[in-house]
Structure formats: structure tokens, C-alpha cells
Design a protein around this ligand. Structure first.
Ligand SMILES: O=C(O)C1=C[C@@H](OP(=O)(O)O)[C@@H](O)[C@H](O)C1
Ligand SMILES: C=C(OP(=O)(O)O)C(=O)O
Length: 503
């Protein structure tokens, strides 16, 4: 089914609608029968933006197959192009349309301004790259981006000897004065408010003269799978990365390109990483589908009943969205997996849960929405840092669910959700794509939920509204065809058939 067709090279994933400008409201479709849908989604934001950065820093050209084309990845492409990186569309060779062919320049150029939009990956991954460029690079973004924590990026680069002007601010905007090289060495940072501070430094570190030895000292370290994703992406391009723990400021002696950093074993041990200086290889990389964006679609099976099958589930992955296979059964779902197809089937009702979600804060909006529709209370903790995501997600979720008659209490590091009968109303999204997803989930079960500014979903999934409508309308079409004998086709397909470049 053709839902959208990309038309590179001037492909604009969010059309003329800026996701920062609230646009007409969207009536969330109500589910009136069990689902029987098959969903297939575009590439992962986190993988696409890591691979774009690594391709820009590599010593040879790269090809990204099935990258995500969305606001966050377009911002990354535009920024890297302004550094002199050639990023050209090429006919699809993967699941979805338009690959990127990336050729790094001999020397990264400065004298430009990076629009970070609201993308954490752009604002935290690119300043270390800018330090390797020649000339000043100004970083700025949406009004909301100016509230997101950047102190650790600024202070870590200053510790590495990079010249930055932030006029005393710990947020955007600031200017990085790149000299073409960074000496590197050993630094200690506090990445409690975002794992992206660690990932940003690790991604560029092989290009520092001495590489990098990085220690985290802070109250917590969220989103560990995203750090693992960075390590695995680096290792795949020939970079030697060591991760482990240190107890006395020493360099970790853990495993090379290893799995998880042990944080729990020794309270005094600090997570640490070491990146050896050396080349980053060009690569051909297939980007996996975005499993975090799968969350609302899979959650829909619990809310509406029936089942949703996700196709293209990777055999192994560092994406934290893969944990949905473990999380959704806690709510009462049955999850089965056959090859690259994962099917979630809803139960008779949704159970409340008790979950530490520190490893996957970006899954919180969808999982909290589910909890609001459960038959018993839920406590979701370990996610204090999501107050610094696109918006203060703890406050936003509590406010919007309570506006519809719910009872959600903010905790320091999470939410306590006591399900109540909900009523319709306007669901504010605060320019947050995942708040829009959460509103859509609740709208499946509650009449007259109006999601304000659905276009904000363009941050990572411009096709969200179209796919969601297909998910819901397809299910009733399938239900009636099944009743009537219909075509006999098992399920309704919700997919994006993205054509190759039209140029
Ligand atoms: O590195 C990444 O790609 C990301 C890391 C996480 O950030 P935080 O550690 O700030 O939660 C995640 O929530 C975000 O959506 C993407
Ligand atoms: C937190 C998120 O995004 P960002 O990469 O902007 O931090 C998110 O997508 O949920």
C-alpha cells in the first residue's frame, strides 16, 4: 500500500508544515474492533544519526541503506553538508526508499551555523565533530532546544582544550571554534541527564590525536543500550573501544567493543570507556527499523484487542525498543516471534505494572499511556531524566492524562498511574512526537480525543498519522472481511512503499 513516496534529493519529510508551529488538531481515531494489522516502519533515528556522523568522519565513502528520513535526520544531513560532507541520495537498495551515499571531505569546514531543531542527537553528537572542523560553528535550535541540558557537552569539550563561547550559558546557543584537531586524553563527565553526552564524545574520539578515556561520575546513567549502540557502531567501523568500570580514575581494562558496562556490582565503580585513536572505516550499513517508534503500534493491540505484527524485527539489536517484547507481556499481552515478524496480541484487559525504565526512557510516553488504560495502578520509575527530553515528559504526561479525567502523580524519577474512566478532550503535545503517540494510544479507547499538532511526529516518523489511520481502519476492514469470508488474507498491511529518487 502506497502511503508516502520520498522524492529525493529535495525530499522534505515534513512538507510545508514546520513541526514547531502548532497546526490544526487531529481527531485521534477510535478503535471499534480488534486489530489484525501488519506494520512496517522506517529506519531508526538513533542508528541513522550515528551512521551519518561516523560516515562523515570516516576515511572512505559510506552507503546507508534504508536510513530514516525525518526532521531529526534531515537536520543531521543538513548540518554535515554544511561541514563539507557530500551526502547524496541513491536509489533504494534496502527495505525502503532512498539510500544516502556519504563522502567525507579532506577537511571538515567550519564557518557555519547548525540548526539542531529539537534533536538531542544533533545537539550532543555534532559539537565534538565541530571541534575537528576548521572555523567557528554556531549551534542553535528550536526554543525548546534551548532548554535542554548542554552543560556536559560544553564542559567536556572545554576540558579537552576546545575553545567554546557560551557566554556563561549551559544551553544552546553556543559557538565551537574548531581548529581542525583535538588532542584528546582523559576526562571525567557527569552524564546523569543524558547518555547522549557519552555517545557524542565516543563517536568522534577516534579522530582525536590521543583518542579518549572517558569516565562518568554522577548519580545515574540513563539509556545504557544507546551507549552500547554507539560502541557497536564504532566497532563495526574498525574502531577499538573498551568499556568497563574504574574505581580510582584509571583507564578501564574491560572488554574491547564489549557489551554492557557493569554499574551495579561495585557502588564506587564508575562507568568508563576508552577509544583508541585511528581511522573510522567507510561502510555499507543497513539501518534497522525504529523499534522505539514501534511502541505505539504494538501497544495498540493491547488497547483495541486483536493483534499487530511488526515486520523487519532485527535478529539482534542494541535498540532498546527490542525490550518491548519483555515489557508488553507485563501488561497482559502475548508476544510471539517468527523470523523477523513479532506479533503482539492483546489480552482481555490491560494489567498495571511496576517497572524501572531507566534503560529506555524514550519508551515511557507509550508505556505510560498504556498504564492509564489498565485495570490496576502502575509505577514507572528510573526516568527522572525524561524531564529534559523534548519537553518535561513526566509533567506533560501527568497533565494530559489528568486533563482527561485520569489520576497520575509525578514522582521524582517517574510516575504513579491510577487508572480512571477517561473522557475526551484536547491532548496537548508540547512539540513532542512521543506525546502525540501517547495521545493516539489513549484515543483508541476514549471517544473524542483531539491530539493537538500531530505534525510534531515528523521528528522521527512523518508518516505517523497516515500509518495510524491505516492501523485502525484496516482493522475494522479486516474484521468485517473475516466475518464475511472476505479475501481470506490474514491481516491488513500498514506499510510505507517509498519509491526511489525521482531525480
Ligand atoms: O543516543 C540516542 O540516540 C538516544 C539516547 C537517549 O537519550 P537520553 O539518554 O537523553 O534519554 C534516547 O532517549 C534518545 O531518544 C536517543
Ligand atoms: C528523547 C528523544 O529524542 P532526542 O534524540 O531528541 O533526545 C526521543 O526521541 O524520545
Amino acid at each position: 500500500m502506497l502511503i508516502s513516496r520520498y522524492s529525493a534529493p529535495d525530499f522534505n519529510p515534513y512538507g510545508d508544515t514546520s513541526p514547531t508551529e502548532p497546526n490544526p488538531d487531529w481527531a485521534a481515531p477510535r478503535a471499534h474492533g480488534p486489530l489484525a494489522a501488519t506494520v512496517s516502519l522506517p529506519g531508526s533515528k538513533s542508528l541513522t544519526n550515528r551512521e551519518l556522523v561516523l560516515s562523515a568522519l570516516a576515511d572512505a565513502p559510506s552507503r546507508l541503506r534504508s536510513p530514516l528520513h525525518s526532521r531529526d535526520t534531515t537536520l543531521m544531513v543538513e548540518a554535515l553538508r554544511s561541514f563539507g560532507v557530500s551526502i547524496e541520495p541513491a536509489p533504494a537498495s534496502g527495505r525502503f526508499g532512498v539510500d544516502w551515499l556519504i563522502t567525507p571531505p579532506d577537511e571538515l569546514l567550519g564557518s557555519t551555523t547548525v540548526d539542531c531543531g529539537l534533536a538531542g542527537t544533533v545537539m550532543r553528537f555534532l559539537p565534538p565533530v565541530a571541534a575537528l572542523a576548521l572555523g567557528p560553528i554556531v549551534f542553535d535550535g528550536d526554543e525548546g532546544a534551548r532548554k535542554r541540558p548542554m552543560a556536559t557537552t560544553i564542559s567536556s569539550l572545554v576540558s579537552l582544550g576546545v575553545d567554546i563561547t557560551a557566554d556563561g550559558r549551559t544551553n544552546l546557543p553556543f559557538t565551537v571554534y574548531g581548529t581542525g584537531s583535538v588532542e584528546g586524553g582523559e576526562i571525567t563527565i557527569d552524564a546523569s541527564s543524558s547518555s547522549q553526552f557519552v555517545s557524542g564524545l565516543l563517536l568522534a574520539a577516534a579522530r582525536f590525536e590521543k583518542g579518549l578515556r572517558l569516565v562518568h561520575e554522577g548519580s545515574r546513567l540513563p539509556s545504557m543500550p544507546h551507549i552500547e549502540m554507539t560502541i557497536v557502531a564504532l566497532a563495526a567501523r574498525g574502531v577499538t573501544v573498551t568499556s568497563g568500570t574504574v574505581t580510582s580514575g584509571t583507564v578501564p581494562s574491560g572488554t574491547v567493543a564489549s557489551g554492557t558496562v557493569e554499574t551495579g556490582a561495585d557502588e564506587s565503580a564508575a562507568p568508563a570507556w576508552s577509544v583508541e585513536p585511528g581511522p573510522i572505516a567507510g561502510a555499507e550499513v543497513s539501518i534497522e527499523p525504529d523499534l522505539s517508534n514501534a511502541a505505539p503500534f504494538l501497544a495498540a493491540a493491547l488497547v483495541a484487542g486483536g493483534s499487530v505484527t511488526f515486520t523487519g524485527w532485527p535478529e539482534s539489536t542494541t535498540q532498546v525498543g527490542a525490550r518491548l517484547i519483555d515489557f508488553l507481556p507485563l501488561y497482559g499481552a502475548t508476544v510471539t516471534r517468527e523470523g523477523d515478524r513479532v506479533t503482539v496480541t492483546g489480552g482481555a484487559s490491560i494489567r498495571g505494572i511496576d517497572l524501572d525504565l531507566s534503560e529506555g526512557g524514550e519508551l515511557a510516553p507509550a508505556l505510560v499511556a498504556l498504564a492509564a488504560l489498565a485495570d490496576s495502578p502502575s509505577t514507572i520509575t528510573g526516568i527522572g531524566h525524561i524531564r529534559h527530553h523534548e519537553t518535561d515528559r513526566l509533567a506533560a504526561l501527568a497533565t494530559e492524562i489528568n486533563r482527561l479525567g485520569g489520576k497520575v502523580t509525578e514522582l521524582d524519577d517517574g510516575l504513579y498511574i491510577e487508572p480512571q474512566p477517561l473522557h475526551g478532550g484536547v491532548w496537548q503535545t508540547y512539540l513532542d512526537h512521543r506525546m502525540a503517540h501517547a495521545g493516539a494510544i489513549i484515543g483508541l479507547a476514549v471517544d473524542d480525543v483531539i491530539v493537538e499538532n500531530i505534525a510534531t511526529t515528523a521528528k522521527t516518523l512523518p508518516e505517523f498519522a497516515a500509518l495510524w489511520l491505516q492501523l485502525v481502519s484496516g482493522s475494522s476492514a479486516e474484521a468485517s472481511s473475516a466475518l464475511g469470508g472476505g479475501s481470506g488474507r490474514a491481516g491488513h498491511s500498514v506499510a510505507i512503499d517509498a519509491g526511489g529518487p525521482t531525480a
